[in-house]
Design a protein around this ligand. Structure first.
Ligand SMILES: *Cc1c(COP(=O)(O)O)cnc(C)c1O
Length: 480
């Protein structure tokens, strides 16, 4: 089925009408992704033929060293030429305001460059990596989180860097999930992408490959049946698209998403909460409903990063929480994304949302639902978490040293997590006689502990490598 010839797009009322500017372009060209890529709009002159530009847009387009502007004719054709607040328009047409600095602004707000073991690879989490394959996109989002590296026309996919990345992955067996991003990996020549995917598939410990792409939105013509058949060879392959507003879900995008889903690719959506574009419960609800109708599962809703150029797109976190309040329970669970703040400084994604757990006492939790109904859940008084230990010991352990996190506190491999400099500041001048004498006084006592050297500076271990609780289960408990 996947190798059939491309079905023609049905030219009927369900395909949106082209602006007059392109009325004479034959369908065969308009539907060709190469034509779309080579006819992108980027100058004030070109854009003013299509849109009634405001003075601030003209200022934005005139700035000398602005983040790259390029818009596919298809995506530009979705812009309302007379509405300066059009959500499509706001995402791709620069404003003079872009240059305005704001409190907290950074160039690399996620500290990706710091987490990069080889060029183009970001290894932030224990078991998965982000692979930046190219700096090119089909069109450029004004709020781009990677505007520091994206868009340079002189830099495209580098085979030499890719070989270094592959080499790193081969030597790093804890990586089971590789996320292809950029730039946009779907702008890479199909043959090259085929080569990249097959190289990744040759690494046994890489269990899943994910592609993050906005090409289906900017350039749905790129998603041909032939292209999907190529992707189909590399399962398990997942894809996250990036749709911010229901207006972006055109018949063309629906067809593209349908082809990807028919190729067996589980689809997710990562959207960014953007002031004046989608910072409304009603717009988000319409968006997530349209997504699930197109077999796309809302995955993340991102708080806009503290990135240069994106200041005027930022909302409060409170707005995001209000949106989550308006989704959870009010609509299908499948339609509810996780709202995350990608922590400035490289802390990674932190989920935030309304509180549903209202209170707690031993044996009882008090919860509220989306309607404000308050209820109690009575907990078992004979629950024994050690019953699972014999099976748990057989399950693979994937923790990387120092990344057990708060779970480590719960499991007992660490007692505290300390901010940098905590020890020295609390040693008040490092009075040696006192430190030596007192150390035991603030070290918790653990039963059945085998003393070993503390492993990390930040994670203060309790001196036991294994999980003490599990070991506890091997000996009689006090109640027995
Ligand atoms: C977002 C991200 C990932 C993937 O995170 P998930 O929560 O697994 O989707 C991986 N690496 C980096 C650097 C990221 O920013």
């Amino acid at each position: 089925m996947l190798t059939q010839d491309e079905p023609p797009l049905h030219r009927n009322a369900s395909v949106h009408q082209r602006p007059a500017l392109w009325a004479d372009v034959p369908d065969a060209q308009w539907d060709d992704w190469r034509w779309q890529m080579s006819h992108r709009l980027n100058t004030l002159e070109e854009l003013s033929q299509l849109i009634n530009l405001t003075s601030e847009e003209i200022a934005g387009l005139t700035i000398e060293d602005k983040f790259r502007v390029d818009i596919t004719p298809y995506f530009a054709s979705l812009i309302d030429p007379d509405d300066p607040l059009c959500p499509i328009r706001r995402q791709v047409i620069p404003l003079g305001r872009e240059l305005r600095a704001f409190d907290g602004m950074m160039e690399d707000s996620l500290a990706e460059d710091r987490h990069s073991p080889v060029p183009g690879l970001v290894h932030r989490y224990p078991d998965r990596v982000l692979m930046l394959l190219t700096t090119q996109c089909a069109s450029y989002c004004r709020y781009c989180t990677r505007s520091r590296i994206v868009g340079d026309p002189a830099v495209t996919f580098s085979k030499a860097e890719f070989e270094q990345q592959i080499d790193y992955l081969r030597k790093t067996p804890q990586v089971r999930d590789v996320l292809l991003s950029g730039g946009d990996p779907l702008t890479i020549a199909p043959k090259t992408l085929d080569y990249i995917l097959s190289s990744l598939r040759s690494i046994e410990h890489v269990e899943i490959i994910r592609i993050g792409s906005r090409v289906p939105v900017f350039l749905p013509q790129r998603i041909t049946v032939e292209f999907c058949a190529m992707l189909h060879q590399y399962h398990p392959l997942w894809m996250n698209v990036h749709i911010n507003h229901p207006k972006e879900i055109t018949p063309e995008l629906s067809i593209a998403l349908g082809k990807l889903a028919d190729a067996g690719i589980p689809l997710g959506n990562q959207s960014v909460l953007l002031a004046g574009i989608n910072d409304s419960v009603n717009i988000q609800r319409e968006l997530v409903h349209k997504l699930v109708r197109n077999r796309v599962r809302p995955y993340y809703l991102y708080q806009c990063d503290l990135v240069k150029g994106a200041g005027h797109f930022r909302t409060t976190v409170a707005k995001g929480i209000e949106i989550m309040e308006g989704l959870r329970g009010h609509t299908s669970g499948y339609a509810v994304p996780t709202y995350v703040v990608d922590a400035p400084g490289g802390g990674g994604k932190i989920p935030v949302g309304p509180q549903y757990l209202i209170s707690q006492s031993p044996g009882k939790v008090v919860l509220r639902n989306y309607e404000g109904y308050i209820t109690t859940y009575v907990e078992p008084d004979d629950y024994d978490p050690h019953m699972i230990d014999h099976l748990d010991r057989q399950a693979p352990q994937r923790a990387e040293n120092g990344q057990s996190g708060v779970l480590g506190l719960l499991e007992g491999t660490a007692d505290t997590i300390k901010p940098e400099g905590f020890d020295s500041i609390h040693q008040r001048g490092g009075v040696q006689h006192r430190l030596n004498a007192d150390e035991g006084k603030w070290k918790p006592y653990h039963l059945h502990e085998t003393p070993v050297q503390p492993e990390a500076i930040e994670t203060h271990t309790n001196g036991s490598n294994a999980k003490p609780r599990r070991e506890d289960s091997a000996v009689p408990k006090q109640s027995e």
